[in-house]
Ligand binder design. Structure first.
Ligand code: B12
Length: 321
């Protein structure tokens, strides 16, 4: 028996909780979660050993990692890859190939698959556990990069809107921020590279407490395999510089949302960019950063207008998508 959330999104079950102690999903549920017909699943297993589910007396049981893997395989096959060639690749390799194939059009088309309302409902009820569990379900079936673009950003946007129109109180916005920080922590752990490559320091300047965009920026770096040193909001400039020096960071990313006090913020940006070691760039994004392109340039920072441009910058720093 599965506990299934009644609110479904166009046939995509959003809250399926496996009732077995092994945490496994039977093949019919996997077919629904991955969009791969049962017969095809069996053929992929038999012929290509695409996944190797455990078996018990009731049949095959698949784990979250099998589902992630099957989703990636389906996406690659849809784009013309032969299943026989990709079926046995490591998950990281499949992820890199699938990320490379994901474009903006795909994102828009896929937006209807994910419905962040279940997250907003959890927030309505002040239910952090449900929020994190539901985020976990999305994380099981989407790649990290998809999770950021299709779940995290739309969710944060809705939280912001909800806060503004009085649906959410500050306490609920704080709960959402906690869930996002936990999610980021998980991503940093999961994607931590072992090759000792330098990381990126993330922070907001003094007086800037809006950190949701910053967290999303950090998640995308983690998704690309770049080590993340996320210091959070309202940081003294010297602390940002010190963290970058001590960790041998290859860049600093600042999020600047608030127009109020922008002169002080720009002073801080200037201090950071001029104190960093030679060759370590300072990137800045967010609403107020976008409104002050010339001032930012004068302060020695590179304006990043959106998350696509940010990913482009990460690629130049070695991110693998
Ligand atoms: C949530 C929120 C807060 C929370 C922030 C909590 C947190 N943990 O981050 C709290 C309650 C702390 C807060 C406080 C305040 N806030 Co406020 N807040 C918001 C709100 C509702 C949502 C902002 C948000 O995080 N959205 C989600 C993110 C993901 O979206 P986004 O900010 O729009 O960012 C987009 C892009 O800019 C980009 N982006 C963002 N960061 C980055 C970084 C990089 C590197 C890149 C590439 C891109 C990028 O990504 C997003 C794309 O979708 C907005 C109103 C709104 N609806 O936007 C006001 C808003 C930002 N706040 C505002 C104000 C004035 C304040 C306060 C002064 C209010 C007060 N009187 O107390 C204080 C000041 C706090 C401070 N000193 O910083 C104003 C700012 C106006 C301005 N231009 O200066 C806004 C616009 C509300 C308004 N219309 O007046 N706020």
């Amino acid at each position: 028996m599965f506990v299934q959330d009644k609110r479904k999104t166009k046939g995509f079950p959003v809250d399926l909780t496996p009732s077995t102690s092994t945490g496994g999903y039977p093949i019919r549920v996997v077919a629904r979660l991955t969009g791969i017909p049962v017969d095809t699943l069996r053929a992929w297993e038999r012929r290509y050993q695409a996944v190797e589910p455990v078996r018990d007396e009731r049949g095959r049981l698949y784990g979250d990692s099998d589902i992630r893997r099957l989703k990636l395989l389906r996406r690659l096959v849809e784009r013309g890859h032969a299943i026989g060639r990709v079926a046995r690749l490591e998950e990281a390799e499949l992820g890199a190939m699938a990320e490379a194939a994901l474009d903006v059009g795909d994102r828009n088309r896929r937006a209807d698959v994910v419905d962040v309302r279940v997250l907003l409902d959890a927030l309505d009820a002040y239910d952090l556990a449900a929020l994190e569990r539901r985020l976990g379900k999305f994380a099981a079936v989407l790649s990290t990069r998809e999770l950021v673009h299709e779940v995290v950003l739309p969710f944060m946007h809705q939280v912001g809107e909800g806060w503004q129109v009085g649906r959410f109180r500050v306490a609920q916005e704080h709960l959402a921020a906690v869930a996002m920080r936990d999610l980021l922590g998980g991503m940093v752990r999961t994607h931590a590279p072992r090759d000792g490559r330098p990381g990126i320091v993330f922070a907001t300047p003094p007086g800037e407490r809006h950190e949701l965009g910053l967290n999303a920026a950090a998640m995308l770096a983690a998704a690309g395999g770049i080590p993340v040193i996320c210091l959070g909001a309202d940081l003294p400039p010297d602390d940002v510089v010190e963290a970058a020096r001590r960790t041998g960071a290859q860049a600093v990313v600042l999020a600047i949302t608030m127009g109020e006090g922008i002169a002080r913020t720009l002073d801080a940006v200037c201090h950071i960019s001029s104190s960093l070691p030679e060759g370590v760039p300072t990137f800045a994004g967010g609403a107020a950063a976008e409104s002050h392109p010339d001032d930012l340039r004068s302060a020695g920072a590179i304006l990043v207008r959106n998350f696509d441009a940010l990913e482009q910058a990460y690629r130049s720093l070695g991110a693998r998508y």
